[in-house]
Design a protein. Structure first.
Ligand SMILES: Cc1ncc(C[n+]2csc(CCOP(=O)(O)OP(=O)(O)O)c2C)c(N)n1
Ligand code: SF4
Length: 278
């Protein structure tokens, strides 16, 4: 970097907004915010060329806490919003963030289709295995025997989703898992995810000390994957299935065509748009 560039280099702090997060003390989402701002500063991305789109939930508040363009959207619709933005402004670096409820329950259909479509964006799910904002109901990643919610006093009895496995089957071309107890490791993963051309999915294990205090013990269970990044989906699937869901690192990365509207089947949008041109 030359001297002039060094003088204007932004720090992680420059990527934070003036708003103070209202998350509970100890919430893992603080570390996700730190990891995102660290990654953006490291990559030297201009703030006006980045947008962070979120849904609704404690974790989705994150869009307001950065200084890049942001949109705090509708529950479960962050990926739909982000896809529209990327279609219109392919030059922007698009990040998408939200909770496991937002992304895998109400937004589950958008998630699988975003993986399939492989638009160039990075999606971070802050996974605390609970609906935090609405006071602690079970989510699609909650273990079947978790019985601390009044709505499911005997547990859900339902097998949880495996987000990395779901992303792989649906077609995501970059899949990783990070932990908020290791914000530097998470920032490194995000640098790789943002740099990847295609749909990058990052599951960030992000404890909710308020409704899942037992998750504060995750730090004793999380470990690094002991294998290199795989570009083979069969190998990656085996690795995900053999794991207890607590291993971190980049699991899978592969190149495949990135969807850009207008480069695939003619969807007729060109003629529709011209009808509206004055
Ligand atoms: C259409 C719609 N349905 C339900 C809600 C209520 N709601 C708000 S946040 C939320 C779940 C949040 O859980 P999660 O996405 O896991 O995020 P967290 O709060 O744990 O970060 C729900 C169900 C809503 N805002 N909009
Ligand atoms: S309720 Fe849980 S997820 Fe929400 S801010 Fe508090 S600790 Fe974080």
């Amino acid at each position: 970097m030359d001297q002039a560039a060094q003088q204007i280099a932004l720090t992680p702090k420059d990527f934070k907004s003036a708003l103070k997060p209202v998350w509970c003390p100890g919430c893992g989402d603080f570390a996700v915010l730190n990891a995102i701002t660290k990654a953006l500063a490291f990559m030297g991305l201009p703030r006006e060329e980045v947008a962070l789109i979120s849904g609704i939930g404690c974790s989705s508040r994150i869009a307001a806490y950065t200084s890049v363009y942001g949109f705090h959207g509708v529950h479960g619709r962050a990926l739909a919003l982000a896809s529209g933005l990327k279609a219109a402004r392919g030059d922007l670096t698009v990040l998408v963030a939200g909770g496991d409820g937002d992304g895998l329950s109400i937004g589950g259909n958008h998630f699988i289709h975003a993986c399939r479509r492989n638009m160039d964006m990075t999606y971070i799910i802050m996974d605390n295995e609970v609906y935090g904002m609405t006071k602690g109901q079970a989510s699609p990643t909650t273990a079947p025997d978790w019985a601390d919610s009044k709505l499911t006093p005997h547990g859900t009895g339902i097998r949880p989703f495996q987000p990395a496995g779901l992303a792989l089957t649906a077609g995501a071309s970059f899949i990783a898992r990070g932990f908020t107890g290791d914000p530097n490791g998470l920032a490194k993963i995000l640098v790789a995810a943002i740099g990847h051309k295609g749909f990058s999915f990052v599951q960030a294990l992000s404890p909710c000390p308020t409704f899942r205090p037992e998750q504060m013990l995750w730090k004793h269970h999380v470990k690094a994957f002991d294998q290199e990044i795989s570009s083979n989906p069969v190998e990656a699937a085996q690795r995900i299935q053999a794991d207890d869901g607590m291993s971190t690192g980049i699991i899978y990365q592969n190149e495949r065509p990135v969807f850009r509207p207008g480069t695939g089947v003619d969807n007729g949008m060109g003629s529709i748009e011209s009808e509206f041109t004055i």
